[in-house]
Design a protein around this ligand. Structure first.
Ligand code: FES
Length: 68
């Protein structure tokens, strides 16, 4: 889905940027322009970035903590 309409940036692109080492909104804005125009995407983009940076062991722990 599109996260930043002003720059045409999708959630997939943000996740890909995170996996390539992008670790801040400042960097995301610099590299892709996310949040630099109207700013409406900033909150969602930040959440996706944060979620993408969650260590794998934490994802596994959350998965194991869910009832079957
Ligand atoms: S929607 Fe991202 S800057 Fe406007």
């Amino acid at each position: 889905m599109y996260v930043c309409l002003c720059q045409g940036v999708t959630d997939r692109q943000i996740r890909e940027a995170a996996s390539n080492g992008c670790n801040s909104m400042r960097q995301l804005g610099k590299d892709m322009g996310v949040g630099r125009q109207c700013g409406r995407c900033a909150r969602t983009a930040r959440e996706i970035l944060r979620e993408s940076q969650t260590p794998d062991y934490l994802n596994l722990a959350n998965l194991l903590a869910q009832p079957a």
